[in-house]
Design a protein around this ligand. Sequence first.
Ligand SMILES: *Cc1c(COP(=O)(O)O)cnc(C)c1O
Length: 405
Amino acid sequence: MIDELEEMLAEITGFAATSLQPNSGAAGEYTGLITIASYLESKDQRHRKVVLIPASAHGTNPASAVQAGFKPVTVASDAKGNVDMDDLRSKVEQYKDDLAAYMITYPSTHGIFETEIKEMCRLIHEAGGQVYMDGANMNAQVGFTNPGTIGADVCHLNLHKTFAIPHGGGGPGVGPVCVAEHLVPFLPGHPVSLPTDKNSVSAAAYGSAGVLEITYAYIRMMGADGLREATEAAILNANYLAEKLNDIYGIVYRGANGRVGHELILECRGLKEVSGITETDIAKRMIDYGYHAPTLSFPVHGTLMVEPTESECLVELDRFVDTMNQIHQEIIEVSRGEYSPEDNVLVNAPHPEYEVVGDEWNHAYPRSKAAYPLPFVAENKFWVNVARIDNAYGDRNLVSCLCQM
Ligand SMILES: *Cc1c(COP(=O)(O)O)cnc(C)c1O
């Protein structure tokens, strides 16, 4: 079954072979990069140490490059959120003798299918580098295109993002790497085989083997047509939200055809200017409506990045739109002076049950506005455990147990 899964993933990515050993996307990146390192070594090219990475990349890309012994160099984005091709050309020229690889996310974390993707791969190969395609956004490609088609050499997948393994809560994850023919000999070996465990990245030969059957069953049950349909739904859902939310928030980046890919970045900076309400306040207020906040201030500061995925139905998407509209309305109330900048439902969000049912209530707005902002919330309220916490304090002060102080 594991062999079959490896073959299915190789076919989906357009590559020759798969290693299921890495336990996360980041571990997949590391694995792909050490695979590239071994390949370069076999060609007497071990001096090649530079990995070019676009500014829009996920933070794990440069981190993995450093872990694998490479030197990351950033490539700028242009005003539309695409890789700045002039900067890429000049960096390739500057580093051509030391260029090991290019790490490119497609579609990008700006939610865009970059039209120059094939040209990017060609430039890198011409300079003697390898192309690593970060496949975390593969749910926008499956059944339509793949990293093999665009000319990449290696990619990782996140089975816990694109292939049905439950995502979140800390794992277990699976971040397989798929590679083109010339890299196959350098894939991870068996971690306990003797005498060598070359390039192994996990203590277990098949990493998080216990969850692989989820992906196997998912692919088998979906079939080629079903997988393609899931990709269509992921892209359609993102574009539906982009159209619905365009007028009140604005979408930061769009592709050449005016559409987004599988995700969209909601502009919140204009609202901040008129009301003082920040993207963090919006994210915290969403909890009162029962939503886990989307990605905050990444990859663009002062924004929210929303990825509805193929999993949400129209009713759920509309509920999300209603929520974002209502929150927008609440921000306007603050900007009009109906509520003060210090005491409004946004800066005080989220509102936990202990506060709402407490005997003391010193806010300018009623409890019902805090807790039941829309009828659907009252019908099935999710109560958050704690009120607003100091994020920065939490990040800077490690608390290693949950004991009572
Ligand atoms: C999630 C993600 C990763 C890292 O994957 P993990 O499984 O969280 O380690 C890398 N790149 C991109 C673009 C991602 O979205």
